[in-house]
Design a protein around this ligand. Sequence first.
Ligand code: UT7
Length: 327
Amino acid sequence: MTKLRSRIAGCGSYAPAKVLSNRDLEEIVETSDAWITTRTGIRERRITLDEKTYEVASKAAKEALKSAGVAARDLDVIITGTVTPDMVFPSTSCFVQSTIGARSGIPAFDVSAACSGFLYALDIADKYVRSGAANKVLVIGVDIFSRIIDWTDRSTCVLFGDGAGAVVLTATRGKSCILSSHIHSDGRYWDMLYVPGAIDSNPFEKRPSKQKPHVRMKGNETFKIAVRTMSRAAKEVLEFNGLKPEDIALLIPHQANIRIVNATKERLKLTDDQVFSNIDRYGNTSAASIPLALDEAVRNRRIKRGDIVIFVSFGGGLTWASAAVRW
Ligand code: UT7
């Protein structure tokens, strides 16, 4: 009998309504629309001032459930990739579970892998389904980076935006399925990109922590590693499945910088039509980046049944990941 696999039965996304343009940022820090556009490809991003992470996540989740035709009460597992939860605990997934009306008692938990959070969550969800432990899994990527940005630091505050994306995986023995997923990390490079101090490092120390929980990034070094790693991750998933770059119908890479997306495209010798980007309108939404882009690609009919779709991500940790899907 054909092996049990998971397929993406539906997807959804949500981005806050408030648009923060490059021109708006010119009022906040010393920067220019020209610099941001040419160095990153970002023109605007969405920012929320009053929504919680779990609310943003739940909106994307409800869309994904609707598009999959799956009722929240039929979910077996909820997994969320995020590094900007509303609280240290409970997890975002627990809040989502009660908000969308999923059954009590199912496992709901978060995964911390920064910009690779969605692909990490997808990898775990796929393994739940392949093992037969779950039939229907909700996978979410959500981040509200506007809460952990130093809005006086022009080298980071122009890069990020807020949002969420979600998919529902269902068990299948058919051809449309997740072919494979691959997740990796290398903690030696933690200081390339990090946010210090979520909890007290020493409860008996009287001095308040000097380090605010803001994003710190060695931009230029991270950029170089990202270019190398994203193309390597894409090659890994292609080779594993006996695929060639020309087999890719659509590559949906993490949207960190259009120059990283283009470098990945060139290293794999892909055409413009084979690569999806919406970074101009959303910036880097961390764990939300890939599912937000996937949902837009699906709605714009950029993906049809039978297509090979590849996801690749790179982020703090360092973490990187890839997945191949036959749509
Ligand atoms: O999401 C996962 C991981 N994240 C990434 O992969 C992001 C990787 N890094 C990048 O995308 C790029 O490195 C950045 C967009 C962050 C920066 O681009 P860059 O081409 O690497 O610029 P740089 O950091 O080398 O800075 C070049 C210059 C500097 O001025 P000097 O020292 O040459 O005088 C910066 O001070 O640009 C200056 N600069 C800015 N100027 C105007 C940095 N940020 C800005 C800004 N506006 N917002």
